[in-house]
Design a protein around this ligand. Structure first.
Ligand code: ATP
Ligand code: MG
Ligand code: ZN
Length: 441
């Protein structure tokens, strides 16, 4: 085969042509052991063949999706979405309503887009900003919503995002996450929902709520996100691929993506209170408000939040302007926490009962014990977030000890176990009739 040391020729096993090899790209596939080879031309042909097939398939999927929108609309009416959320999230009715309507409208806008000429009237999307104290259910609500939806939704932690050039993930990661949630279908990605969690963490540090230290990084992240929220083409590389000039990119237009952002915005209630006080003073009702020395309660303030408070907090006005729907969640009461322990479909108490039942053990919580847990959680001031940890503390020893035998037994958690770390009693199953306790099945 070799004429001289320069000229190398191989036969393409596919098209049978003899190819002179100038570089490895002339015959990208070549196995010297067997001589099996495929030439550049053939590889290009095969690639085009597959790409065309994929495109046809994607188009068919998209057509099917557009046709299914009527069904989707029929089964995702706002009250149905809310009822679904009710199974998992206690209280927060206002937030549930807002989100249910936002999602339903998103579907409607999609249907409108498929059935109308883009030159006709354009139904604008209503991006949502969610605020509420730590552990009140923001992240949990969005996670449950994501499971219900017929369109892709991806949750991205905004606090992990950095301005291009800084260590960390670029803002495009939010769109990339959605792209993977949409099984790499661009069309579906472009109609999905992006939830940016911990959004308050990218507030400008120079915002009134923060110290004076300069903070160009966060402002840069906001600028990056602004472009995405405004709608435009976002380019990113496939997962795991490093960004470099030759890396192939995926392009997604974010114009129709619904953005929901959420965060605790710690201290926002003080900004609201301060504004209300000045408002009241300037129109002559100052005395009434100022008389009250005690800090007004979070729940009575949070619903009064206005865009200017969020700007004051350190979010740039351009972003606030593109998040027209403000969704507020309330601080949970001790009663709410009590319900969270046992009522939701995936309530922590139910989960422990399920776990122990696998070891033949019936787990019961005395009513007072549940009150004690809720009370302890309130003291920790992290909403429902601390419930799990408090339960885990009492359950650890039990969960360690129980599997040592297969005997059917019952375990009763009392108030004393919660308050004084007394070890819960493990009893034989027969005693179960005598003691009146709460069960949640
Ligand atoms: N209203 C609620 N109903 C049921 N469970 C709740 C509720 N609020 C919080 N939880 C539970 O408490 C835990 C923490 O809630 P979540 O992560 O949603 O808090 P968050 O509002 O996102 O707070 P943060 O601002 O600190 O992120 C979750 O396990 C969640 O299931
Ligand atoms: Mg959260
Ligand atoms: Zn060939």
């Amino acid at each position: 085969m070799k004429k001289n040391s320069q000229e190398v020729k191989h036969n393409c096993s596919f098209c049978n042509r003899t190819i002179t090899i100038h570089s490895q790209y002339d015959m990208p596939i070549y196995d010297p052991q067997t001589g099996f080879a495929i030439c550049k031309n053939c590889i290009k042909d095969i690639y085009n063949f597959i790409a065309e097939h994929d495109k046809r398939e994607e188009k068919a999927v998209n057509r099917k999706f557009a046709e299914s929108l009527d069904d989707i609309l029929a089964k995702n009416k706002p009250h149905v979405i809310k009822e679904y959320l009710d199974q998992y999230i206690i209280n927060q009715d206002y937030a549930k309503k807002i989100l249910s309507v936002a999602v339903y409208n998103h579907y409607k806008r999609m249907k409108y887009g498929y059935t109308h000429d883009p030159k006709d009237m354009n139904i604008e999307k209503s991006n949502v900003i969610m605020l509420g104290p730590s552990g009140c259910g923001k992240t949990a609500m969005l996670q449950h919503l994501a499971k219900l939806l017929d369109i892709p939704m991806a949750v991205t932690d905004a606090s992990s995002l950095t301005e291009a050039g800084f260590v960390g993930s670029d803002v495009e990661v939010a769109v990339r996450n959605l792209y993977y949630a949409a099984d790499k279908n661009i069309e579906r990605t472009e109609h999905g929902i992006i939830y940016l969690d911990e959004f308050d963490k990218i507030a400008r540090k120079s915002g009134a709520n923060n110290s004076i230290t300069a903070d160009p990084g966060h402002e840069g992240v906001q600028q990056g996100l602004l472009k995405m929220i405004e709608g435009g083409v976002v380019e990113f590389t496939a997962q795991g691929q490093r960004k470099h000039p030759e890396a192939p990119t995926i392009k997604v237009n974010t114009t129709n993506i619904l953005f929901i952002v959420g965060g605790a915005f710690v201290g926002i209630e003080d900004i609201i209170a301060k504004r209300l006080k000045t408002d009241a003073t300037s129109i002559g009702f100052g005395a009434e408000v100022q008389n009250k020395n005690d800090k007004p309660k979070y729940n009575s303030l949070i619903h009064k939040v206005r865009p200017e408070d969020l700007i004051q907090f350190g979010i740039i006005p351009e972003i606030i302007g593109r998040l027209p729907v403000i969704c507020t969640l309330e601080e949970l009461s001790e009663d709410d926490l009590l319900k969270i322990l046992t009522e939701p479909k995936n309530a922590p108490v139910k989960q422990y009962q399920e776990l122990l039942s696998m070891d033949n053990v019936k787990l019961e919580f005395e009513k007072d014990a549940l009150y004690a847990v809720a009370h302890k959680a309130i003291e920790r001031k992290t909403g429902a977030r601390s419930l799990r940890g408090i339960l885990e503390d009492v359950m650890l020893d039990i969960m360690y000890e129980i599997p040592q035998s297969n005997e059917p037994r019952r375990v009763i958690i009392t108030k004393d176990c919660i308050e004084n770390h007394t070890k819960p009693e493990i009893l034989p199953l027969e005693t179960s009739k005598t003691n009146k306790t709460t069960e949640n099945n």
